[in-house]
Design a protein around this ligand. Structure first.
Ligand code: SF4
Length: 335
């Protein structure tokens, strides 16, 4: 995974699946009937590159802009500004008709397996709907296609006649994954796919996604609020705060040598399964500031335990390369 901003000429590199550059999404805050009081800066200058078959973990507290980033890539909401290149095609300049036919190649797995499956549709109808809409399968071949994909996600073909309420949370998420996978996508955006599941089931679903990725060779953006969830499945991890990426690095590097104070605080919150080792938890004070009025200077300064002279008045340079492929936005590293 390449994190540095590539030159525009490199955006179509054959190993590159997705390039996001300077993505912004501002939501207007209405006042009265016609007035606008300000803007929520949900996504602020987000850039990253995702290679074929790799996974990017997008991590941060709720409200940090990670889900909005995913929705912008899917164009389920229109970004305010930026560039999104998928396999050499600029998604933001693509007409709606072309975008519709491209949708089957970019699929999503939603957070809530209870709400994301239509309770009135059978499993066969839920999984078979995508291939039908995109004319990928004849009616007679559809049953075999659904049976095959159910086996791949660890379920039985006879489950296809049942309805979502007849399954556990973990099984429903498997159905959600099957629905995305049946279209053989090139990119899957998994939006907190395990956060609504019991801890015992979370690892099973993460392992399943990891195994399926090896078989189907799709690229993936894994959105999570917990760094421990994305640790083993991600090639690269980006840590977001108030709409910005504060640190991005290969997964192993980020866990072993976190640089940004926010990343260090998030990592310190992960429980250590070793009773004799005292955990050195870094407790952040205060709440996440409002994205309507983000703080001046460093957006993290109101909670930072390493704050220096420059941090309040000056915005840190965006994503300095502290070591190969390890980028951080913090004054501690801008010398
Ligand atoms: Fe902390 Fe300053 Fe770095 Fe911001 S720029 S994270 S306030 S040290």
């Amino acid at each position: 995974m390449e994190n540095s901003a590539p030159k525009l000429a490199n955006l179509n590199h054959q190993d590159t699946k997705l390039v996001v550059r300077n993505l912004k999404k501002y939501f207007p805050v209405k006042q009265g009937l016609f007035g606008i009081r300000g803007y929520v800066h949900a996504v602020e200058d987000v850039s990253f590159t995702l290679k074929k078959g790799e996974t990017l973990g997008l991590v941060g507290e709720s409200g940090c802009g990670k889900t909005t980033t995913g929705l912008c890539i899917l164009r389920l909401i229109e970004p305010t500004d930026g560039i999104i290149i998928f396999e050499g095609m600029n998604l933001l300049e693509m007409p709606k008709r072309e975008l519709r036919s491209l949708r089957k190649r970019i699929q999503v797995v939603f957070q809530d397996p209870y709400a994301s499956l239509n309770p009135r549709m059978s499993v066969a109808e839920i999984i078979g709907r995508g291939p039908k809409v995109h004319h990928l399968s004849e009616e007679k071949g559809l049953k075999d296609l659904v049976a095959d994909i159910l086996r791949k996600v660890g379920m039985k073909p006879e489950h296809m006649s049942r309805y979502p309420h007849q399954f556990s949370g973990g099984q429903r998420q498997r159905i959600g994954i099957a629905r995305a996978l049946v279209l053989n996508p090139d990119l899957i955006i998994a939006d907190e796919p395990v956060s609504a599941l019991d801890v015992s089931v979370q690892a099973q679903v993460l392992n399943l996604l990891s195994d399926l990725q090896k078989d189907f060779q799709f690229s993936m953006i894994m959105i999570a609020h917990d760094l421990s969830v994305v640790k083993y499945i991600s090639d690269t991890i980006a840590v977001m705060y108030l709409g910005k990426i504060l640190e991005i690095a290969p997964s192993k590097v980020l866990y072993e040598e976190p640089l940004h104070p926010y990343t260090r605080a998030l990592l310190s919150a992960i429980p250590i399964p070793e009773p004799n080792l005292a955990s050195k938890r870094i407790l952040l004070e205060g709440d996440v500031p409002s994205p309507i009025n983000p703080p001046h200077g460093c957006s993290f300064h109101s909670r930072c335990f390493n704050i220096g002279k420059k941090c309040r008045p000056e915005i840190p340079p965006s994503l300095i390369e502290a070591s190969p492929n390890h980028h951080v936005a913090c004054h501690l590293y801008d010398s």
